[in-house]
Design a protein around this ligand. Structure first.
Ligand SMILES: C[S@@+](CC[C@H](N)C(=O)[O-])C[C@H]1O[C@@H](n2cnc3c(N)ncnc32)[C@H](O)[C@@H]1O
Length: 370
């Protein structure tokens, strides 16, 4: 370690005005998810009268409903404001602090590469499906600007209510793993900002932690944060379609919110690559979301449409992809996709005399064994 350790921090300074702005955005999202959603559901029911349509048929009906149009506008624009609203948006705030933040990240990169914890590939070939889509409206994608890892990390924390632990999803994912198994070598598959791998490594200091991602800015940020927490993962810039690990290498490959960002074309080859680098008996285990199966056409159509609004363009195909059949063909001995019980959200209480509106999404666990 450097003699001047701990190094300068890489946290975005948020003043009172920007905190108030993000509190407003969160509040508006909450209204969108409750009052506006509820109204869209009631108006839809008035037109359709029960769950008689398919999701594809429900969309043109929704399109005529003002509450649905309001919902779509809010979904698109609250996220956009969160990033780029002048002065208070995350990108705008980061821009104002760029020299200090870039210097801290560049120093972390130098240390990580020198110590062999960070392997960046300046020649990496970004797949077109990744390069051309600004997923979740992150301006320019999460890979094109040195501050993208930091911006991504602030964005994920401002999406959920302020009192909630943004790392809870990782804790609950790991708590859902089968008891009594040891995972000596572990890979965070699409590690992004790195919080998942750091949460794993703090709880399992005995295990060797690896993380991959296409985004160099994310990996550099993830290394910086790992350093601050006294952790030593091995992070490398790789495409999940072409991993440079040997066969039978990992006991556990985990992921959070990865599959819905990969289009169906390359998915079978990517799953084959997962299978190759897992040890026999190793687990591929991750969290995703879907409309609750019982929620019907309304929720399905609302999700598909709002995912389009948020530039999550592969979600509709992800929702239809036959993961279990594909996993079995590849040779996984077990493949299940099940409700992520630990993150199950309670249904909103019905208003007097009314059916409760269905919830937007449920979290699911992908649980595959080689
Ligand atoms: C929605 S983010 C999830 C990040 C993180 N797992 C989390 O819990 O928030 C998806 C991540 O996968 C990465 N990614 C997408 N396609 C990839 C690919 N083909 N190979 C490697 N990483 C990829 C993105 O750069 C991004 O960091």
């Amino acid at each position: 370690m450097d003699s001047n350790f701990p190094p300068p921090d890489v946290d975005l300074h948020e003043d009172q005005a920007s905190r108030a702005f993000h509190t407003f955005v969160r509040g508006a999202r909450r209204s969108m998810e409750t009052v506006v959603w509820d109204r869209a559901y009631r108006d839809y029911q008035d037109i359709v009268g029960g769950d008689t349509l398919t999701a594809d048929e429900a969309l043109p009906v929704l399109d005529r409903i003002p509450a649905f149009q309001t919902y779509a506008w809010l979904f698109r624009n609250l996220q956009r404001f969160k990033y780029t609203y002048p002065d208070w948006g995350i990108v705008s705030a980061a821009e104002a602090q760029r020299p200090k933040l870039e210097a801290a990240l560049a120093a972390a990169r130098e240390r990580g590469e020198r110590e062999g914890h960070l392997r960046l590939n300046t020649e990496i070939d970004y797949p077109d499906y990744y390069r051309h889509v600004d997923f979740h409206q992150h301006p320019g994608g999460v890979w094109s600007d040195p501050l993208d890892g930091l911006i991504y990390d602030v964005a994920r924390r401002t999406t959920i209510p302020a009192h909630m632990d943004p790392d809870m999803i990782y804790r609950q994912l790991f708590a859902s793993l089968p008891e009594g198994r040891k995972f000596e070598r572990v890979l965070d598959w699409g590690a992004g900002h790195g919080a998942g791998l750091q949460t794993w490594m703090e709880a399992h200091p005995e295990s060797e932690g690896h993380g991959i991602d296409l985004s160099a800015p994310c990996l550099i940020f993830a290394w910086k944060k790992a350093e601050e927490r006294g952790l030593t993962p091995v992070l490398s810039q790789q495409d999940v379609a072409r991993l440079d690990y040997p066969d039978n290498h990992f006991d556990l490959i985990f992921f959070v919110f990865m599959l819905h960002e990969i289009p169906p074309g390359p998915t079978p080859a990517i799953l084959r690559e997962v299978h190759r680098v897992l040890k026999p008996g190793g687990l591929f285990f991750g969290a995703e979301f879907r409309p609750p199966p019982a929620a019907g056409a309304f929720s399905h159509a609302m999700m598909v449409h709002s995912q389009w609004c948020n530039n999550e363009v592969y979600t509709p195909a992800y929702l239809k992809f036959p993961y279990i059949e594909t996993a079995r063909e590849i040779g996984f001995s077990r493949a299940e996709v099940k409700t992520f019980d630990r993150l199950a959200r309670p249904q909103a209480p019905p208003r007097a005399g009314q059916e409760p509106a269905p919830v937007y999404a449920e979290f699911v666990l992908f649980d595959f064994e080689k």
